[in-house]
Design a protein around this ligand. Structure first.
Ligand code: 2HA
Ligand code: ZN
Length: 274
């Protein structure tokens, strides 16, 4: 099967375009990666035949991902070009047997390299893969209301999670584990990659203060859906905050406990309701 006909490649392109349509990807903002299945990997090898010779440093160590293949967006590339010029806007890469280097099989033409957040993506993939091998997608975007929220809500997992759970009824159902928060840090570096992947051990969604959001999912739909839900709730939160000094009513912690019971949300982080 041709690379661009593979369902995972089509799903990758669609998510990128959906994020662009939402307004989450100004300039080269945001990035996306997907870990291929064994069958998808075999198809890439059959179709492309030979990888590029050069093994390139990841600048991180992800030994549990040795031999895995990833689709990943290009550094300084624009998400809006993922659909228009796929072969330059993203690529398919292989991780070496030590988990410290990668080489390019397809795409990233004219000397392209994976996103500057590739170390963060891979560290998150490693954590999520060990939790459940069906976890395949890591998605990073810059949604405006969520970023705005990071200026007025304390940068703590409990405060952020409650703020979102209490603003839209479906939130505790969609992300019962809550949402992790990384304080402001320089992006694209090992420190932020470590801080994010540590939180990914407990959460599927991690906020980067004054920057954006990382979501992990088993599918493109799930990763996009998490981003979309968090940003929609953040939109409501910011509207309420901008127009009302005091809320006349809200979803209470008791209400959330009721939802957890009715929906049998066994992994709802109950300590956030105390
Ligand atoms: O890819 O979003 O965090 C550009 C970014 C860096
Ligand atoms: Zn970013």
């Amino acid at each position: 099967m041709k690379i661009l006909d593979m369902p995972c490649v089509k799903g990758f392109i669609q998510l990128a375009q959906d994020g662009v349509d939402k307004g989450w990807h100004e300039m080269n903002g945001g990035n996306l990666s997907y870990r291929l299945t064994g069958m998808e990997k075999a198809n890439v090898k059959k179709e492309v035949k030979k990888p590029q010779k050069e093994w390139i440093d990841i600048c991180e160590s992800v030994p549990k991902l040795a031999g895995e293949f990833f689709i990943v967006t290009r550094t300084t590339g624009y998400m809006r070009n993922v659909m228009r010029t796929p072969e330059s806007a993203f690529g398919i890469v292989e991780i070496d047997s030590t988990g410290t280097k990668f080489r390019i099989w397809w795409g990233l033409v004219d000397g392209g390299r994976p996103t500057s957040e590739f170390p963060s993506h891979l560290k998150n993939h490693e954590v999520k893969f060990l939790q459940d091998p069906n976890n395949r997608v890591i998605y990073h975007a810059h949604p405006v209301n969520l970023i705005a929220m990071t200026f007025i809500v304390p940068l703590k997992a409990k405060d952020f999670t409650l703020a979102l759970w209490q603003i839209m009824t479906e939130c505790p159902v969609i992300f019962p584990k809550g949402i992790g928060v990384v304080p402001w840090m320089v992006p694209g570096k090992g420190e932020i990659a470590s801080a994010t992947s540590k939180l990914m051990e407990e959460y599927d969604i991690v906020v980067w203060a004054h920057h954006g959001l990382f979501c992990a999912g088993t599918t493109f739909d799930r990763a996009f859906g998490l981003m979309d839900t968090v940003e929609k709730s953040a939109d409501i939160f910011m509207k309420v905050a901008a127009t009302q000094k005091k809320r006349l009513s809200t979803i209470t912690k008791k209400d959330i406990a009721k939802i957890a019971k009715e929906f049998n949300l066994v992994n709802l982080r109950k300590q956030f309701l105390r």
